[in-house]
Design a protein around this ligand. Sequence first.
Ligand code: NOJ
Length: 974
Amino acid sequence: MWSTRWSRRRMILLCIWATLVFLLQSAVSVKEHDFKKCDQSGFCKRNRAYADDVSAQSSIWTSPYDIIPESASFKDGQWQAVIIKTINNGERVRFPVTISLLKSGVARVSVDEEKRQKKEIELRHNSKARKERYNEAQDWVIVGGLDLDKQAQVVFTDKSHASIKYGDDGKFEVVIHFSPFELEFRRNGETHIKFNDRGFLNLEHWRPKIEKEGESAGSDEGNADAKRKTNGAEDESTWWDESFGGATDSKPRGPESVAMDISFVGYEQVFGIPEHTGPISLRQTRGGDGNHNEPYRLYNTDVFEYELDSPMTLYGAIPFMQAHRKDSSVGVFWLSAAETWVDIVKEKDSKNPLSLGKTSKSTQTHWISESGILDAFVFLGPTPQDLTKKYGELTGYTAMPQEFSVGYHQCRWNYISDDDVKDVDRRMDKYKIPYDVIWLDIEYTDEKKYFTWDPHSFADPVGMGEQLDAHGRKLVVIIDPHIKKVDDYSVSTNLLSKDLAVHNKEGEIYEGWCWPGSSNWIDCFNPKAIEWWKTLFRYDSFKGTLANTFLWNDMNEPSVFNGPETTMPKDNLHFGQWEHRDIHNINGLTFHNASWEAMASRKKGERRRPFILTRSFYAGSQRLGAMWTGDNQATWEHLAASIPMILNQGISGFPFAGADVGGFFGNPEKDLMARWYQAGAFYPFMRAHAHIDSRRREPYMLGEPYTEILTKTLRLRYSLLPAWYTAFFYANRDGSPIVRPMVWTHPSEESGFSIDDQLFLGTTGLLVKPIVEKDKFSTDIWIPDDEIYIDYNTYQVLKTQKAKRVTVEAAIDAVPILMRGGSIFPRRDIPRRSAAAMRFDDYTLVVVVAKDGSAEGDLYADDGDTFDNEKGQYIYRKFRLADNVLQSTEAEGRDLKSIKPGEWLQAMREVRVDRITIVNAPASLDRKECQVQSEGRAQSVKVEYHAAEKGRAAFAVIGRVGVRIGEDWSIQLA
Ligand code: NOJ
């Protein structure tokens, strides 16, 4: 008895100690030495050394990988063969390769290792791990787009190479060089991407460990390649085990890395591979002025107070890289769930025929993954839109969001009680500050036992939820993947008794430290674990939660305080006996997925869209919810860094992204708060969040004029919610980023490619550049085209010139926003307390007339809650101004009469266009009335015309218009 009490007390002390250590660590900046550099990661170091070796001997070097010509076959869009790797001792290792040409025009190259495939290998240390290279990443990541292009044709083949044409009209071509194995991907006869052109392909084959007495670790045992003209022996020191920060990885399968060079021929800039801080146009990584010294790393990790402008890994990984040059975009998606490093080098390219005397550059990349098969998808564009769409076809598009989640989220670690939550809710109303969601961080639980409530501070969660509901508001609660290991907690006892947790290398349940102290981790690779997880979220099971409760998944990298690099040991075992090293980067996605499944089945018959925020992510996570950029700091530099990070998420297929508004660590000054809310108002996911040690900073706490500034900013966000929702719709439909960088919207304007501090919001034509510097009250916005640009706040017409910058004033209460001529965007202008309260408000349309007198835009709306949109229950309008007629038509030409309206569509019958503001209005509108036609009736509506003056555009306000938003209508402007 005494001893149980003592051990419990010791446990509590240990918990406090662990938390203190963590908080203390949080208070200082990132500890570089806690995270590996390439030369501290065996396989990265080996492959970089291999590349250096190869480069040093490039004139005499030949890659040891050859295709056996006789092994090649082609059927139904798939080319298969065997690659042989020849080793010093004459041994030949077989690697089956498949090149799949997909109907979408994407090519897929997969290489496996025969011996491991056939399980003809021995594991060390009596390991129970799987013997194969991990090949199941696709089961988690790929959801479509795999149909083969049966029209693809081998157009040439002999003993040295084969050439296959594929894609529409055979405009794409892959040339397979046999000896050595190299691939060239061409579009309309021109090579854009090369694989193994530099000979860095390195598939570390399985070999037994041979204990050689007296031999140093640096021997070249069985591995030096026959064709490799090098005397340098390979460094075996990290083949069989590897230590870092006091932890040893037992590596039962020995070295298994897969690495290859991928060159983007004639492309000087590459983008993507989040999550990192730094510019969207990626830097070189092999040193030199302005370059990094380290490769970009992808190994999802809980990095405290991360560094800015760094290739260091962060919480999520999307190994999708895009290369852009004027009028051409291509890309590669490297489907590996293992730790991956990517080196980037740009070389002058004299050979490129397109250079026409100009020195062009090519970008050469080197991808290095620790384990698994080689699996790469090649996209040949030619537009950024093609890449986004095809990538989305494979990995899925952004889920249509819960409508409230596009509003403003109020969070901190932590609202201390249910009364505190209710009080914040009341005060937001008192100050007329719109918000939709209040969040609860880990302290709401009873001693960090998820699915429970602290009995003292959150004694009445239902009362709290009901008050929020009465105000149309939602609650988000955090649930992490670590489960406190204690006997009196049924979630823990069930997890253990049902054997649903991650195991250690010995096959025992893995135990580590996180917020609750000693914990176990649910293994969401296990289908039974997902089934069990679902049961925990049912209303009758997670007591205290209501229909307005949604979810936050944090620490799912997973974060393990006492684990190597704050995560799990790589030799831990998951369902299917896969080692953690094989699946690490998709671990977060699997937890997010289990939570999605759980939230989608809280109650039988209830079909509502889950909203789940995740910190860790991988390609495909966009199907499941939103992400945020983790633990940033309340500094101007972090504010600035958030914009490129969010833009990068957008072009990398996961656009529902935000950063902690205000900054997580520290206490932001008031002007920083003002500017951060203004930037946050243009994050797809807008949530204020703060560390437990920071001072309270709800918008009403700031005092005037700042509370008013924040309120005004939030109203701006809310008035544009219909435009935001429409932007989400496009992300859902074709993968378009919600906020868009210039390289994506204007792929012909080279001078805009690397601009990553300004953005277009969806299709609105709103060009926004938040101020991210202290004491700055104007900014220079780069103008991408020859259209007219008008200040959103003042209607001043800016004196712009394509590809030049224009100065825009922005006092502390203003966000620099320009309206591009030719755009029409929807708004809802009545200030309300929440998105829910605005659901059936009338719309305002803003028409910004182009130089040629035209304009166009769109609106998408649905119930923002269920999946009825998939059954046609939505409104999708195209607005067009041409020849002085402004029209609204059904965007897809659907026959609306054939759609039986459900509850939401019926209610929308009474939602109308209130006002139409025409900016840069034609002089023909200088009159009192104009004619509106709809539903077979014509009526006159009032026009208020304001002539242009002192640089301000002419504008006209038409209204009240009164036509139904869901019906066709037209207005004669002249
Ligand atoms: C780490 C998250 O990044 C942070 O947002 C959260 O407040 C803490 N975990 C506590 O849950």
